[in-house]
Design a binder for this molecule. Structure first.
Ligand code: ZN
Length: 44
């Protein structure tokens, strides 16, 4: 699963939201979002 907000993978054990999006062209897509997105790891 990929978080729709931060585009990072949602690991098992992390809390996430499930949202179903309805559109005219698709039957409905389910997207996932972290409850709390983690900042991207960055090297300094
Ligand atoms: Zn996220």
């Amino acid at each position: 699963m990929i978080c729709a907000k931060c585009q990072q993978g949602i690991k098992s054990g992390e809390e996430y939201d499930t949202i179903t999006v309805h559109s005219a062209s698709a039957a409905g897509a389910t997207i996932y979002r972290h409850f709390v997105c983690q900042p991207k790891p960055r090297r300094s």
